[in-house]
Design a protein around this ligand. Structure first.
Ligand SMILES: [Zn+2]
Ligand SMILES: [Zn+2]
Length: 325
């Protein structure tokens, strides 16, 4: 959910939630949707007019987001979307002279294979956002008090409260040069009463986020399972980091910034960004899209992520194409 609450200190994005039920949250959703729609008009059909010309070249490669299936995110959450120009007007979080490093904060214990995935994700984040990435010394889950934990249920393990991680664990530890800091954890996440679970959550303005590997599958169950877990992990980590650069969910194209309600929906969405979200990331980080695609191609090749590699190659070719006279 893109909860862009003006005047509220805590602006959140709920990345991926299985369900919500309470009246309180129903009201909250309506209010936050109204708040967002007051400033974000629905994207006009001629969206290429709202993009810098280089990014317009990428439009033919992207697929418009289709109507949501009944259990999908947009079937249950009214979100207005946001063009690149609307993003600029919202004064997004971006890199500046002092704050230009992404920090990763491990939280809890990781298996050897999970560590491999975290290492790959760390390297990938540096290329995806074209920023220096530093991993901090791990923190123990003992930091989370009983009041910020939910006991295990029939279909779930113990969960930790995301807001506690964001505002009591991360925010006081935010380094001075951090453009954003994300916690990576093996623990299942939960944002409060009325919600089942989350894959991740990030604040739109406060530079903090948290992501969990808990629901990404068994990375030890063979090569295919490892690759699936890696792909899911990369998606969630970059999706949440995108939110930390004030990017709300994308409703224009199939895009890594699409909201998702369940794992099947998440698996349908690509790891790539649509032209609008790519323009936002490059604006916020100062990245050169050509260099970014060149480096992503090498990394995807190294990790055998063939579909992603092929898409980047097509994108790079489109960016290099000269305009017809
Ligand atoms: Zn999200
Ligand atoms: Zn997008």
């Amino acid at each position: 959910m893109n909860a862009d609450q003006r005047g509220c200190k805590r602006d959140f994005d709920w990345a991926c939630v299985s369900w919500r039920s309470s009246m309180l949250f129903g009201l909250f959703l309506v209010l936050t949707w109204w708040s967002a729609s007051a400033t974000l008009a629905v994207a006009a059909p001629a969206d290429k007019l709202m993009l810098p010309s280089d990014y317009v070249k990428l439009i033919p490669l992207h697929v418009k987001l289709s109507a949501p299936r009944p259990s999908d995110w947009l079937a249950q959450h009214a979100e207005p979307g946001q063009t690149f120009r609307q993003y600029l007007r919202n004064r997004p979080v971006k890199v500046d002279r002092k704050r230009r490093t992404l920090y990763i904060q491990p939280l809890g214990e990781f298996s050897q294979t999970q560590k491999k995935i975290i290492d790959a994700t760390t390297e990938f984040m540096g290329v995806y956002f074209q920023l220096p990435v530093k991993t901090r010394e791990g923190l123990s889950l003992d930091l989370i008090p009983p009041a910020a934990r939910r006991k295990p249920g029939v279909f779930r393990s113990e969960q930790i409260l995301t807001t506690y991680v964001l505002y009591d664990v991360l925010k006081p530890r935010l380094p001075r040069d951090a453009v954003a800091m994300i916690a990576f954890t093996t623990s299942d996440l939960w944002p409060g009463e009325g919600w089942n679970y989350l894959f991740g959550q990030a604040a739109l303005k406060d530079r903090v986020g948290v992501w969990s590997i808990h629901r990404n599958g068994d990375s030890d169950a063979g090569d295919e399972a490892f690759l699936r877990c890696l792909r899911r992990t990369l998606k969630t980590a970059t999706h949440e980091t995108g939110h930390m650069f004030s990017i709300p969910h994308c409703t224009l194209y199939e895009c890594n910034m699409n909201g998702c309600n369940h794992l099947t929906e998440s698996d349908r969405h690509p790891l790539s960004l649509c032209p609008h979200c790519l323009a936002k990331i490059c604006y916020a980080t100062g990245a050169d899209p050509v260099v970014r695609f060149q480096k992503l191609i090498l990394l995807y090749k190294a990790h055998r992520l063939k579909a992603e590699q092929a898409f980047c190659e097509k994108s790079l070719a489109a960016l290099r194409r000269k305009k017809k006279r």
